[in-house]
Unconditional design. Structure first.
Length: 230
């Protein structure tokens, strides 16, 4: 089981990168896909003695490193930890894919937040095409701040919470799992737009998850425990 410091310092950013990589794959694609992440400095990169050049995701969702030497000095336990994160990503994807599509009603929010929530829920992965059709939205997104990201993510989470068929039957664990999964999904969809720098968007997602969800994850045993298959 990951320690408290591991959850705080190592896993969130890695999970976000793997989630975004998974989402870039075509759901119909049967052949393995390589998701390339160019090396760049990151405050958590010190945990890797060698940066992971790219990760190869096999059909069925299991994560497999495409380099023979990823951690030159890491322990077998750390290797297992990275491999086990794939199961967490599988579960996050399953949760977001199973969410119902709600009617979008967002009140008392900034215009850009209203528009993005509408696009996020209504068009899903096709949000890129819609953004490319709007120069105004592109201009607004080019100045996208963390505060705006925080408003957008919480709005999407709250909207999904309100549209559950029987919210009274939802356990606190399921509610939190769903909210966390959608924080990943919002990050993934915005990072793929090409308007906002991907690394910047991942840092927004990481910050949001750390501020709003990591404490709960720690209290409930860590990522692998929280997103264990029922």
């Amino acid at each position: 089981m990951a320690s408290a410091s591991a959850v705080g310092d190592r896993e969130v950013f890695l999970l976000l990168e793997e989630y975004c990589c998974r989402r870039r794959r075509s759901e119909q694609e049967l052949q393995p896909t390589e998701c390339t992440a160019p090396p760049s400095p990151h405050p958590f990169s010190s945990i890797f003695s060698t940066y992971v050049p790219y990760i190869q995701l096999r059909a069925g969702g299991r994560l497999r490193s495409s380099v023979s030497r990823v951690f030159s000095d890491s322990s077998e336990e750390e290797h297992d930890e990275v491999s086990n994160l794939s199961t967490v990503v599988d579960r996050l994807v399953q949760i977001t894919d199973s969410a119902p599509v709600p009617e979008v009603v967002v009140e008392n929010q900034d215009e850009i937040i209203q528009k993005l929530v509408d696009l996020m829920i209504t068009f899903g992965d096709n949000i890129n095409e819609r953004i490319r059709q709007s120069t105004v939205l592109q201009r607004q997104l080019s100045d996208f701040t963390y505060d705006a990201f925080e408003k957008l993510t919480s709005s999407v989470q709250n909207l999904l919470d309100r549209t559950r068929a029987a919210p009274s039957e939802d356990s606190e664990e399921r509610i939190q799992q769903r909210r966390i999964a959608w924080a990943f999904e919002v990050t993934s969809r915005l990072s793929a737009t090409g308007v906002i720098q991907r690394r910047r968007m991942l840092s927004f997602g990481e910050r949001y998850i750390q501020q709003h969800h990591s404490a709960w994850v720690l209290q409930h045993g860590g990522w692998e425990e929280v997103f264990a298959v029922d």
